[in-house]
Design a protein around this ligand. Structure first.
Ligand code: C2E
Ligand code: CA
Ligand code: CA
Length: 715
């Protein structure tokens, strides 16, 4: 590395002479200054190895320059050789030393002496710089090591050959909650490691840790336990590695460790998650199958039977589809809470996924209890749910099996319970069924029917029958209800059987459109042919799924347009128990239907759950009193309900009609109670279109006999 010498003299000639003398030096740069201030300003900017300083200079003399240099840390240690032509007296020299000079040369000086002096100073400066370099490097390494030890998240403990703690890093102090002073000097196995082996002090040489390290290997464990603050046990993972003396002899170990409490918690959580459903906090499929296995084992041992309930929500998919998954999740949580309230602590409730729940009922009276629990569940789940401010009706279907008579192992039990549940669904939902051996055939039949129904939908192989509605006071036909008929071979399948399947499979939408279109075409013919009275209407049943179709009103409108009819001739019937969700789509569709000009009847009225206040918000035109109330019309309660409905209809400004009138005295009593319109077997069963047409012929003036009911033959 090049060194620099600063020469300062006010006489240019002296400077030249000095430079010539110093030119002999290798690898040295000579910087010159002609005044004290110039010299100081150079010194501020540049590092020099030494200064040759003339004493006698105008303005600032050499001693002043030297004293300035001594005041600044950067220049304080730079050696100075004063050059002077005068005054060899000691006092003068003393002043020079006082100001910080290190040597004097007297002019005229001997170049040889000057050079050798300068060489010594340069040599000294070179060594000094090397030393400084080495020191600063050392400092760097030390600080970076310290930073490392201090900043690592892992705890680090150093021990000597005997296992005595010699070093503890801050992370170790923090993790253990103990100050290093309480650890240093203690034995590792007394102060830190909790071991089931008797490994303290004497045993130390037999520990796996010591053995591994003494053989030059590291020892690792992830199931370690350390003693922490207040003797608390801390789960840790640690590695002990041997350390060696500078001569390479094994002289101790460093233990690097990590607190794994969090990981333990996560592991426990994972274990829990593997057993429990995160959404409802009920047991999941894993827990269910181990519980079922346990119940079987216990039952085999004790001879006591147990029951397995399989439950599926009836209208969960709809909630999910129309209100979204968040609403679906919320609903499942609420369901879980209600279900839990219906069972005892000893019963095991699980959610298998989706909307499938299971209950295992153990104990002496499992069979009786299973029926009671099922009834409770159905009752509890048919009550409305309030989800995100919406009132929802859900319902559930349940299949029940008993061990061992209805299945010898888990898979057979599950299969049969599922089958019983499927059967409950196909019988109209919101009910339970205990498994029966011949259920397999029933379920197979249902499935076959489903296949058959899909086929029928392709060609719309259905018919509409019409049940006329009468004014009971004068026997006049005032309208009719269109009812769907399906013939498979020569067997007539009841809509009560296939409508649930159609709803379950989503086929109902296509079927419903066909029904509406067919009724519209039919109405067109009748209204053209007959002078129908004011208020004459054909009503069409509509499932709640249809009501949730955002396209419903447009499609209905297009059918009405295509048939070119007065929309007031058509009315839809929605079931109260089904017309439950006041979803936006539902309400918009209802308003849309009224906007088209068609009527809306609330079917099976009284069997559902609608509050009166809620009814007032719906754009209804008719209330249909359910058959069950007509059956009870002679009982005080039945008649009270009917008068109440009649009053309510008046209050709402809507019409009222009774359905299922089978006897004359029911008719007369209904009239007394203020209900004058009715349909029922007493007046007429549902009949094919051509038969209804005959009835219309005998009731109304024929406008145009030329219009024949061609469509009738097709329907
Ligand atoms: P609903 O809408 O309550 O229809 C009235 C049901 O009662 C009809 O049964 C009818 O035949 C029957 N009925 C009428 N008068 C009497 C009577 O005096 N005594 C008795 N015991 N029964 C009477 P049906 O045709 O078997 O229909 C059953 C259900 O199927 C209907 O009940 C309705 O909910 C559904 N349904 C029928 N057609 C359609 C349709 O086109 N679309 C939809 N979505 N559902 C339909
Ligand atoms: Ca109806
Ligand atoms: Ca009805």
């Amino acid at each position: 590395m090049k060194q620099s010498i600063l020469i300062v003299d006010d006489q240019k000639a002296n400077l030249v002479a000095l430079e010539a003398t110093l030119a002999d030096l290798d690898n040295v740069e000579i910087i010159s200054a002609t005044s004290g201030p110039e010299a100081l300003s150079i010194l501020l900017k540049q590092t020099v190895a030494m200064v040759l300083l003339d004493v006698q200079m105008p303005g600032m003399d050499g001693f002043e320059v030297a004293s300035y240099m001594r005041q600044r840390s950067k220049t304080r240690h730079i050696p100075i050789i004063f050059l002077t032509a005068i005054n060899k007296e000691e006092s003068y020299m003393f002043k020079g030393y006082e100001s910080g000079g290190v040597d004097f040369m007297f002019k005229p000086f001997d170049p040889f002496v000057l050079l050798s002096k300068v060489r010594i100073f340069l040599e000294l400066d070179g060594r000094q710089r090397q030393l400084e370099d080495a020191l600063s490097k050392l400092k760097q390494v030390k600080t970076s090591n310290e930073v490392l030890l201090r900043s690592v998240g892992e705890g680090i403990i150093g021990v000597c050959l005997k296992g005595t703690i010699t070093f503890v890093n801050p992370a170790a102090e923090m993790i253990l909650g103990v100050h290093s002073s309480a650890l240093i000097g203690q034995h590792l196995y007394e102060a830190v490691i909790v071991s089931t082996h008797h490994a303290e002090k004497t045993g130390w040489f037999h520990t796996k840790l010591y053995k591994a390290c003494s053989e030059g290997r590291a020892f690792h464990t992830d199931v370690g336990v350390f003693r922490s603050h207040h003797d608390k046990m801390l789960p840790v993972e640690y590695t002990a590695s041997p350390t060696h003396s500078p001569s390479g002899k094994f002289d101790g170990a460093v233990i690097v460790f990590k607190d794994i409490t969090e990981r333990k918690k996560i592991e426990e959580k994972l274990h829990y998650m593997a057993q429990y459903d995160a959404l409802t906090e009920l047991g999941n499929r894993n827990l269910f199958s181990s519980a079922l296995n346990n119940s079987i084992t216990y039952s085999d041992h004790s001879g006591q039977s147990f029951a397995l309930l399989f439950m599926d929500l009836d209208r969960f998919k709809q909630v999910n589809d129309t209100l979204g998954h968040d609403a679906g999740d919320e609903l499942l949580k609420e369901v879980a809470i209600r279900v839990a309230q219906c069972i005892r602590d000893s019963d095991i409730l699980c959610r298998l996924g989706g909307d499938e729940f299971t209950v295992i009922i153990n104990g002496e009276y499992a069979e009786k209890a299973s029926v009671r629990v099922s009834e409770k569940l159905i009752q509890a789940l048919s009550q409305p749910f309030e989800i995100f401010g919406q009132e929802l009706y859900v319902g559930a279907s349940i299949g029940i099996v008993y061990y061992p008579e209805m299945g010898k192992d888990t898979s057979e039990l599950i299969r049969n319970a599922d089958m019983a549940m499927y059967q409950a669904k196909h019988e109209g939902r919101n009910r339970y069924r205990v498994f029966e051996p011949d259920m397999k055939t029933q379920v197979e039949e249902s499935m076959a029917l489903e296949v058959e129904l899909r086929r029928a939908v392709e060609t719309m192989d259905f018919q509409l029958h019409y049940q006329p509605k009468f004014d009971m006071t004068n026997g006049q036909v005032v309208g009719a209800e269109a009812l769907l008929r399906w013939k498979v071979g020569d067997k007539m399948i009841s809509p009560a059987t296939f409508i649930p399947i159609a709803e379950e499979t989503g086929l109902i939408n296509g079927i419903g459109r066909w029904v509406f279109e067919t009724a519209a075409v039919q109405v067109k013919q009748w209204s053209t042919r007959f002078d129908l009275p004011e208020g004459f209407r054909i009503s069409v049943n509509m499932s709640v799924q249809q009501l949730q179709d955002p396209d419903l009103v447009r499609v209905m409108g297009s059918f009405i347009d295509a048939a070119n009819i007065d929309p007031g001739l058509l009315e839809i019937e929605i079931t109260e128990s089904l017309f439950l969700e006041r979803t936006e789509v539902n309400l918009r569709n209802l308003a849309g239907i009224r906007g088209l000009g068609s009527g809306i009847a609330l079917d099976d009225f009284g069997t559902g759950y609608s509050s009166m206040g809620y009814l007032a918000q719906l754009p209804l035109t008719v209330l249909k009193i359910d058959k069950t109330f007509v059956d009870d019309v002679h009982k005080p309660q039945g008649s009270a309900i009917i008068s109440a409905v009649v009053a309510l209809a008046r209050g709402l400004g809507v019409d009222v009609i009774a359905e299922g009138v089978e006897q004359e005295d029911q008719a007369s009593r209904l009239i007394e109670l203020g209900c004058v319109t009715a349909q029922g077997f007493y007046y007429s069963k549902p009949i094919p279109a051509e038969e209804l047409e005959q009835l219309l012929e005998s009731s109304f003036v024929i406008l145009d006999s030329a219009v024949s009911s061609a469509a009738n033959s097709g329907s």
